[in-house]
Design a protein around this ligand. Structure first.
Ligand SMILES: [Zn+2]
Length: 133
């Protein structure tokens, strides 16, 4: 029998352990230090822009939900002038999901989606399942 494989060692300092079978650390100092460093490792600091980006997404959602001035209903969607869409203050860099439908690319903020059809026309529609998890 290989002795080195049967001797348990402290999970922090690797000193051999001689206590109970379930012993993991040689003393409280090692156990505390190990747990402290593990907690530190698991703690994920948010991106510095996270709060600002969440705010942008919230604003984008409000703009889409309120509707773009001058938008007109068309089937189950709305169309508006792309200039008005941009002028609404929407930040098109941030959205929650996107998908392609043929050649059209749709960008969604939760269940409200938009697609630039041309320089003149932007389409907006509500897809309730787009925000399903
Ligand atoms: Zn130790």
């Amino acid at each position: 029998m290989n002795i080195s494989s049967t001797v348990k060692t402290c999970e922090l300092c690797k000193k051999p352990l001689h206590g109970r079978l379930d012993q993991r650390f040689c003393n409280d100092t090692c156990r505390n230090q190990y747990n402290r460093s593990k907690r530190q490792f698991e703690k994920v600091t948010p991106h510095p822009n996270a709060t600002a980006i969440f705010k942008i997404i919230k604003t984008n959602y409000e703009i889409l939900k309120k509707g773009i001035p001058g938008q007109i209903p068309e089937y189950n969607a709305f169309t508006c002038d792309t200039k008005d869409f941009i002028a609404s203050g929407i930040n098109t860099k941030f959205y929650t999901s996107s998908f392609k439908s043929g050649k059209e690319e749709w960008f969604c903020v939760f269940d409200y989606c938009y697609s630039f059809q041309s320089e003149e026309t932007t389409q907006i529609l509500q897809l309730r399942n787009q925000a399903d998890l």
